[in-house]
Design a binder for this molecule. Structure first.
Ligand code: SF4
Ligand code: SF4
Ligand code: SF4
Length: 347
């Protein structure tokens, strides 16, 4: 498809959306509801562009390129429409950037800055305050919700849980759980995939840590809780993990489960084992790896000599790598000579 965008000609594959086409040529189109993994909804309407001969503006995420299309992504008309949309959103949004946990990573804040929106000019009663903190891991603040629908669609299309949806219509529309029972009594499995996609501060982890997003650095790592091995980006302030985001460019495609997303406090827990321990006179004391391995091998030899191979049983962990687990069963089957070896994933 030969298409003209902002005065330059490009070729795109049939079926490419205008939004994708713009992204392919490095043009940044604002959007609050788009997610490449989901069916486009065109609900925030911020990605509107002008297409010559098409009359009204069209959402770039739901419109596919056509042969000969002439598109303007930043004409005066388009910019005015985007400013009006942001104005309406901000008119129904608490301006709490000074204390909002999302400040610095909020797309609404970024777009208001880019399009010069300093306050809402529409005067109406703000949406009903509703705050749900019944989930153990995250909170929902309806005042900050811009109804982009990303959380609802992720929970439905990717997570498959359907714990949340939209209730009511028009100005009273709100993200809610069935029958208003709250997150605690819903089918929510606390995976936090809705939290990961919320573009504003409406869905936030219940983090005890105080941090600003610009104070953090990112470290890519592999979740150690199970063999799926999800990739995730740790947000680190100083030497402490303050938040976890799923990796989008990995096999887990931007998804985590409750363990990967929220359960990282063990890393800095004072009870965490960091050195081998050996029991001396009935008391566990820290030791070096050499001494620990000597103790293990000598005890194993003693037991094998006195009681035989089947006196051993080994239980390994889903938190180890496949390679570690392979070596572990080799140790038991080949070296110690027993099939008494198992894995916590079978419990
Ligand atoms: S935490 Fe997971 S299951 Fe619960 S509402 Fe969010 S996406 Fe759905
Ligand atoms: S809670 Fe966040 S992701 Fe969900 S609709 Fe509101 S703004 Fe969008
Ligand atoms: S996030 Fe969940 S599914 Fe992914 S590796 Fe960790 S425990 Fe497994």
């Amino acid at each position: 498809m030969q298409v003209t965008i902002n005065g330059k000609q490009y070729d795109f594959d049939k079926g490419t959306t205008v939004l994708k086409a713009c992204s392919e040529i490095g043009l940044d189109i604002p959007t609050l509801c788009n997610d490449e993994r989901l069916v486009p909804s065109g609900s925030c309407r911020l990605c509107q562009v002008e297409i010559e001969g098409w009359g009204k503006l069209h959402t770039a995420c739901t419109t596919q390129v056509r042969e000969g299309m002439v598109i303007h992504t930043h004409s005066d008309r388009v910019i005015k429409a985007r400013q009006d949309l942001l104005d309406m959103l901000i008119s129904n949004h608490p301006l709490e950037c000074l204390t909002c946990e999302k400040s610095g990573a909020c797309k609404l804040q970024d777009y208001c800055y880019e399009y010069g929106i300093t306050e809402g000019t529409y005067r109406w009663e703000m949406s009903k305050p509703y705050f749900d903190d019944t989930n153990p891991f995250y909170t929902f603040d309806a005042r900050k919700c811009i109804l982009c629908g990303l959380c609802v669609r992720v929970c439905d299309e990717l997570q498959g849980t359907n714990a949340i949806g939209f209730e009511n219509r028009g100005f009273d529309t709100q993200v809610a759980t069935p029958f208003g029972e709250g997150l605690e009594n819903s089918t929510c499995v606390s995976c936090g995939n809705c939290v990961s996609v919320c573009p504003v501060g409406a869905l936030e982890p219940k983090s005890k840590k105080k941090f600003r997003h610009w104070e953090t650095r990112t470290v890519r790592t592999t979740c150690s809780y199970c063999g799926v091995g999800c990739q995730m980006d740790l947000k680190i302030k100083g030497n402490e993990i303050v938040e976890v985001q799923p990796a989008f460019d990995a096999h887990n495609e931007g998804l985590l489960c409750v363990k990967g997303k929220f359960s990282y406090n063990f890393l800095s827990h004072p009870d965490r084992l960091k050195k081998p321990m050996v029991r001396k006179d009935g008391v566990l004391v820290e030791t070096g790896w050499d001494e620990a391995l000597d103790v293990i091998t000598s005890k194993m030899k003693e037991v094998k000599k006195e009681f035989g191979s089947d006196a051993f049983a080994g239980l390994t962990s889903a938190r180890c790598t496949n390679e570690d687990n392979y070596m572990f069963q080799k140790l038991f089957r080949s070296t110690l000579g027993t099939n008494n070896v198992d894995h916590c994933a079978r419990l």
